[in-house]
Design a protein around this ligand. Structure first.
Ligand code: GCO
Ligand code: MG
Length: 420
């Protein structure tokens, strides 16, 4: 089963996605998600110009060897662009192998360890009542765990907070729904990023009151999560973890800039709030010390940014040694192919924890036709062979790529560039 074709598509059904399609000489097709939000064309070029020609003629069955060939063989290892490109190849080859075996992918990865994968949704609001409504809306849609993000008094806009109350989760429909989603998850279409302001003191002082209000309104049972988006220093993160302990969070995510993993030692000394990190990590080496010193509780890497199914399975197995679980990144900039890949892996591993699941717009779903379903808090993969996702190239080509960027932050007090 030789690889005959490797094509790269960059289109924008709802938002920008980079998609790899590998076809074998016997006609099997595998899909890979190569999307890096705001840097799409860099991955597309890396794949199209450098990796795709080397794929032609390789045996599509030899997934481990192909992964090592691109990881070890390139000399230039690691990094989000490289690893996302390799991840897309890996995903597509697993899709093909599962189709050749006539099985949904999770069967090849060890079979189902659970009925479905617990998912959390995103609630947000500008003030308490809006947050409560958004939580209720998510509960009505079936979510059993909810991330809560809030506006901060004195700041114009805060990343991760819906611009309007009706821009939160939902199935959405038509192009209007897609553009609303841009406000919610602000990768705005523009040639330069929008600039937002940030004030850590205001954030730290305000946030405990939000979780106190949410707990008073919804009681002790609802699992609540929160994302810090890398904006704190280690001691500020420690303070946040400690101040939120009375509200029993499921996790606090990305409190400090991710490259300084030493920060977790300090944070961990001060708080029992569980910690999640890794959505911008791309190899096992990013996690090694965090695992061995038991400094985190959840691994955030999705298949698409963690190098593929092949290495992420190893990362999860390594995490299991330390009772650390998966908590995979699942925003809308991970395409349905990437979601499906993480989902199949999540079905199979023992140490599954939770997945983020922001629902895609109808334009996105029309192009990718994902088979997975969401109900009663769980996402379930379909039953068809492979990943259970397809790609309608003709429809996709109607949505042209347009540059879109995450916002950048400057400190409100003096305009200094701040961390993501
Ligand atoms: C999350 C995130 C996202 C990312 C975005 C980057 O869902 O937890 O932090 O909102 O910022 O996916 O592309
Ligand atoms: Mg995050």
């Amino acid at each position: 089963m030789k690889i005959a074709k490797a094509e790269v598509f960059v289109h924008s059904p709802g938002r920008n996605f980079v998609t790899l399609r590998i076809t074998t000489d016997d006609g099997l097709v595998g899909l890979g998600d190569a999307t890096v939000n705001g840097r799409e064309l860099a991955v597309a070029a890396y794949l199209r110009d450098h990796l795709a020609p080397m794929l032609i003629g390789r045996d599509a069955h030899n997934i481990e060897d192909t992964w090592q060939y691109f990881y070890r063989g390139s000399y230039w290892r690691r990094g989000p662009i490289t690893m996302t490109a390799i991840a897309a190849i890996d995903m597509a080859l697993w899709d093909i192998k599962a189709k050749a075996a006539n099985m949904p992918l999770y069967q090849l990865l060890g079979g189902a360890s659970r009925e479905g994968c617990l998912a959390y949704g995103h609630a947000s609001g500008r003030e308490f009542n809006e947050i409560f409504d958004s939580i209720r809306e998510h509960q009505e849609k079936g979510y059993k765990a909810i991330r809560v993000q809030t506006a901060i008094p004195g700041l114009n806009s805060v990343y991760g907070v819906a611009a309007s109350a009706n821009a939160s989760a939902g199935s959405g429909s038509g192009k209007g729904a897609s553009s609303e989603r841009y406000d919610y998850e602000p990768a705005r279409r523009s040639t330069v990023p929008v600039e937002e302001e940030w004030d850590t003191r205001a954030y730290l002082n305000y946030i405990p009151s939000v979780f106190e209000a949410v707990r008073n309104e919804f009681g002790p049972d609802l699992p609540l999560l929160h994302d810090g988006h890398h904006r704190l220093t280690p001691i500020q993160a420690a303070r946040l973890g400690k101040s939120l302990e009375p509200y029993d969070l499921f996790w606090l995510e990305d409190l400090t800039p991710a490259e300084n993993t030493d920060a977790f030692r300090l944070i961990r000394q001060h708080t029992t709030t569980p910690l999640a990190v890794g959505e911008i990590f791309n190899t096992i080496y990013d996690y090694k010390d965090l695992f061995e010193e038991q400094l985190i509780d959840y691994v955030r890497s999705p298949v698409s940014h963690g190098g593929g199914i092949t290495p992420l399975k190893k990362i999860f197995d390594y995490a299991a040694v330390y009772q650390i679980k998966s908590g995979v990144h699942g925003p809308t900039d991970v395409s349905p192919i990437g979601h499906a890949a993480s989902l199949h892996l999540g079905m199979a591993i023992h140490n599954y924890g939770i997945s983020e699941y922001m629902q895609h717009s109808s334009d996105t779903n029309d192009v990718f036709q994902p088979e997975y379903t969401f109900s009663d808090g769980l996402i379930r993969p379909g039953t068809s062979p492979g990943l259970g996702v397809s790609y309608d190239e003709k429809l996709a080509s109607q949505f042209e790529y347009e540059p879109a960027y995450l916002p950048v932050n400057r400190l409100k007090v003096d305009g200094t560039m701040h961390d993501w």
